[in-house]
Design a protein around this ligand. Structure first.
Ligand SMILES: [Zn+2]
Ligand SMILES: [Zn+2]
Length: 134
């Protein structure tokens, strides 16, 4: 998909890029996180293509159970990533990262594996009085 929109992913805590070529998904670099789930320490790689939603994990074969809520950390500063105050529709937490250097747009994602309510999305900056969608 050559016209796919890519994002880079910057840690809002330390401003370092999370983009890595250590793991690729669909031929593109991935955005690297550390994940803490009960009893596990997993490296999570998220596709850098908007609306792709594919993930890979290391160590290989490791799995995050569906529906499990994880804590997500920056692999550089090891701080937990920031969350928005409002919970996801599924009850999980929504983390955010900065889309790319020099921009204030964020990329949001739910911390619940398999959540289909709140997929990764770009921040929509309101441009006026948009009627609420039904
Ligand atoms: Zn960081
Ligand atoms: Zn969710």
């Amino acid at each position: 998909m050559p016209n796919s929109k890519l994002f880079e992913g910057i840690c809002p805590n330390c401003n370092k890029t999370l983009l890595t070529d250590k793991v690729t998904i669909d031929g593109e670099k991935t955005v690297h996180f550390k994940v803490s789930a009960p009893g596990k320490n997993i490296e999570l790689f998220m596709s850098s293509i908007f609306n792709n939603f594919k993930l890979k994990v290391l160590p290989e074969g490791e799995k995050i159970d569906k529906g499990l809520r994880v804590k997500i950390f920056c692999p550089h500063c090891e701080e937990e990533l920031p969350k928005i105050q409002a919970p996801c529709l599924c009850g999980g937490d929504i983390y955010y990262i900065i889309e790319r250097p020099g921009l204030f747009e964020h990329v949001y994602f739910c911390n619940t594996n398999g959540c289909h309510e709140q997929k990764m999305q770009e921040e929509k900056i309101p441009t006026g009085n948009t009627p609420a969608s039904p």
